[in-house]
Write a protein that binds this ligand. Structure first.
Ligand code: KIV
Ligand code: NA
Length: 263
């Protein structure tokens, strides 16, 4: 695989070729995912749940994310390395800039931040300083206590319109990528059409430019109930490498997500 950059993702958006993304938290799994052709790796704060066993992403610290970023960066190969800003990194502009700087020094090539239109200023200041940003909209797990649980977002027209408007605002502010979590497939399509940057979906239907899943869900080792949008690719694979390859190929062929994975 040629080195994946933001330009690669923009070209995918223009040509309509889907791309695959997967979380990675260490060098070995990052290498396996990259060798399978997966274009974007995310050091997600989901590590608080799948590695640390917490019931939310809130306990994860900047230091912990930096540690896993340094690990994943060693195995990322040609894939693009995206990294989550942890809960409360957006508590002030100064902290946001400082935390994003730490992630970039640890090996991030794109930082992901949760937050709606009010994140525009932060995103503008980050991009001004050479830090590319992915804006995470829809179900934002860092606000799970305010949302009242991990629920589908934008089922009603008003909230759907708000998510589309937020995506436009954040792209105008400089966001290079939008990530959309747990929304109806129709809204996934609408946001993808509304902005000219790549949109990555998780539980956002088949029409987003890219798809992402948590690695543990792809391998079927997640504890407890998994969301509807998840597929265990290990069931029909002989190896972890094979499961990653099947996931990548299913996304490229737009066979995943299928109807049963969508809202
Ligand atoms: O932390 C994470 O893994 C994420 C993905 C679910 C998008 O934010
Ligand atoms: Na996350």
């Amino acid at each position: 695989m040629k080195t994946v950059t933001l330009s690669t993702l923009q070209a995918f958006k223009r040509s309509g070729e889907a791309f695959s993304c997967l979380t990675a938290y260490d060098a070995s799994f990052a290498r396996a995912a990259s060798e399978a052709g997966i274009e974007v790796l995310l050091v997600g704060d989901s590590l608080g749940m799948v590695l640390q066993g917490h019931s939310s992403t809130l306990p994860v610290t900047l230091e912990e994310i930096c540690y896993h970023t340094r690990c994943a960066a060693q195995g990322k190969g040609s894939s693009l390395l995206m990294v989550d800003l942890p809960f409360m990194s957006n508590s002030s502009l100064e902290r946001l800039l400082q935390d994003a700087g730490e992630l970039m020094r640890a090996g991030a090539e794109l930082v992901k931040v949760e937050g709606e239109a009010w994140m525009a200023e932060g995103i503008r200041e980050l991009t001004r300083r050479g830090v590319p940003v992915c804006a995470h909209l829809g179900l934002t797990p860092q606000t799970v206590y305010q949302l009242g649980g991990y629920k589908v977002q934008g089922r009603d027209a008003e909230r759907a319109e708000q998510i589309i408007a937020d995506a436009r605002t954040l792209v105008e502010a400089g966001a290079s990528v939008i990530l959309l979590e747990c929304v109806p497939a129709s809204l996934g399509r609408a946001v993808t059409e509304a902005v000219d940057v790549p949109v990555i979906g998780i539980g956002a239907g088949p029409d987003t430019d890219g798809q992402i899943l948590v690695m543990h869900d792809v391998l079927g080792v997640t504890h407890g109930r998994t969301p509807r949008f998840v597929k265990n690719f290990m069931q029909d694979a002989q190896s972890i490498q094979g499961a990653f390859l099947d996931y990548h190929e299913a996304v490229k062929a737009r066979h995943f997500p299928a109807e049963e994975h969508c809202f």
